[in-house]
Design a binder for this molecule. Structure first.
Ligand code: NAD
Length: 498
């Protein structure tokens, strides 16, 4: 177990510290119990953390890629030894079932850490060469400096990892502001880096609200880039602020993933995929299946089977290994989900399953039943806007053209899936659906080697994979004349002297 004082919610320069801002209480969403209360971060803490990251930058950037890689491999090893502790803290703080934390969040984070430890040694660019004939051109890929990272509450540990790892692998230093609701595993992640020998100041964590800590971090002149994951609304504000300073931004925003089932799909595979894809993390997943479009011949069978499977999903205490679905992040967030479902009901949609607070879970928890909706209008709020709860809306379609049009008919473009036994139909969907990921006959799996990121209002920039690694470097072209001749042939374009 960690020997630090858990009330110290900041991690600056390699040590836990108290913040200078307003008190913050971190609660367990599944029970409503307080976990810890401490002082949040404010602009003064942003100053201290950015200064620590600036001080650490030359040393970290100056290490060889191999030395950074070794330290990051050691970090992955430390994480492996503390995996159970990380899973328990993540489960309690985010209200997610211990099985999900143990089998998805923590191993995914360890794998990501090991992946970026390897990626640190692979700086890619064009071959050095004489492209003009008179000069040697070469590429340098340089870290940017201090990266300000801002993360959401849904997968706190994985989001911290996705933000921090490519940045530090490329030689940058980081100030991460996790969600003020779920900072605990981000703090542990930074502590594990220090335990692995990563120098103090390379990774700093500020626990505070968006207004008190996030905004000053985005505004800070010494922060070279803002890497943001969160809602489209806040992402827009962050981008507008960063634009004032011509600061690089990386935006991973909301999603509204379509799940397209053609009439030659395996109905059982599609129904199971829809339930898993809609209910993972209680639907609080930016790539969650939220709108299933099912070709009319399969529609009734699909809805019936999804309803049966939803009935089997067990809600319960998050520490129980048999619990399938935990609580939402807060009762405030649950109220938002309830509001959307009730407005859908009032506008004539049918609530086939759920649509209510379960009666066997703690009153102070934020549980909500798996919810299945049909009969909603394509232009209605429940189909167009992110719900971020365990709610699946199913709509019918007739032709393949219509399916593609409907799949593309929201402002978002993060992820999608297409279900069919026809390679022509699935390849068409892969080509024509405008989103950063298209799964074929599955929905949700991710791998460290492949990029994750959005199109349209879901943002831009990639997390995971070497594509993410490149987001955190500047490409510099160095062009050297290869002859000492004072008169270069290209001068003739400007002035001829003979
Ligand atoms: P949010 O946008 O409310 O908050 C995200 C982060 O921004 C938090 O740390 C918050 O404190 C901070 N913040 C708020 N106001 C700020 C400001 N003015 N300046 C700087 N920072 C500010 O999102 P959330 O409710 O925490 O998370 C859910 C959202 O995240 C959903 O929309 C979901 O789709 C999205 N998300 C996207 C991805 C992806 O990869 N695209 C992954 C996970 C979550």
């Amino acid at each position: 177990m960690s020997v630090t004082d858990q009330r110290e919610l900041q991690y600056i320069g390699g040590a836990r510290q108290s913040g200078s801002g307003a008190p913050l209480t971190i609660t367990a969403p599944a029970t409503g119990d307080e976990i810890v209360t401490g002082a949040g971060a404010n602009a003064a803490d942003v100053e201290t953390a950015v200064a620590a990251a600036q001080a650490a930058f030359p040393g970290w950037a100056g290490l060889t890629p191999g030395a950074r890689s070794d330290l990051m491999h050691e970090w992955a090893r430390v994480l492996r030894t503390r995996a159970d502790e990380f899973a328990a803290v993540e489960s309690e703080n985010a209200g997610k079932p211990i099985r999900l934390a143990t089998e998805f969040d923590v191993p995914g984070t360890i794998d990501n850490t090991a992946f970026f430890a390897g990626a640190a040694r692979h700086l890619e660019g064009k071959a050095t060469g004489e492209y003009s004939g008179d000069h040697t051109s070469s590429i340098r890929r340089e870290p940017l400096g201090v990266i300000g990272s801002i993360a959401p509450w849904n997968y706190p540990l994985q989001m911290a990892a996705w933000k921090i790892l490519p940045a530090v692998a490329a030689g940058n230093t980081v100030v991460l502001k996790p969600s003020e609701l779920t900072p605990l595993t981000s703090l542990l992640f930074a502590e594990a880096a220090t335990a692995a020998g990563i120098p103090p100041g390379v990774i700093n964590v500020l626990t505070g609200t968006g207004a008190e800590a996030g905004q000053p971090l985005v505004e800070h002149p010494a922060v070279a880039m803002i890497s943001f994951t969160g809602s489209t609304a806040v992402g827009r504000r962050v981008a507008a602020t960063a634009a004032g300073a011509v600061k690089r931004v990386h935006l991973e925003l909301g999603g509204k993933a379509p799940f397209v089932v053609f009439d030659d799909a395996d109905p059982e595979a599609a129904a199971r995929g829809a339930v898993a894809g809609a209910l993972i993390n209680a639907g609080q997943d930016c790539t969650a299946a939220t709108r299933a479009y099912v070709q009319r011949p399969l529609f009734e069978e699909f809805v019936g089977r999804v309803a049966e499977l939803m009935d089997q999903v067990r809600l319960g205490p998050v520490q129980d290994p048999d619990t399938d679905m935990g609580s939402l992040i807060s009762r405030t967030h649950r109220d938002r989900v309830i509001g959307m479902v009730e407005r859908a009901r009032e506008s004539g949609a049918k609530i086939v399953r759920g649509g209510r607070i379960p009666d066997h879970t703690p009153d102070a928890g934020a549980y909500y039943e798996p919810t299945l909706i049909t009969g909603a209008d394509q232009q209605s709020e429940i189909v167009q806007h992110e719900i971020f709860g365990p709610v699946l809306v199913v709509l019918p379609f007739d032709t393949d053209d219509e399916a593609i049009t409907l799949a593309n008919d929201t402002p978002y473009g993060l992820a999608a899936s297409a279900w069919s036994r026809s390679v022509f139909r699935t390849q068409r969907a892969a080509r024509e659906i405008r989103s950063g990921c298209v799964w074929i006959n599955d929905h949700i799996p991710i791998v460290s080697e492949m990029p994750h990121g959005g199109f349209k209002a879901s943002g831009f920039g990639k997390d995971m994979s070497t594509y993410a690694f490149e987001e955190y470097t500047n490409t510099k072209h160095v062009m050297s004349a290869i002859t000492p001749a004072p008169h270069k042939p290209w001068h003739d374009v400007i002035f001829r002297t003979n």
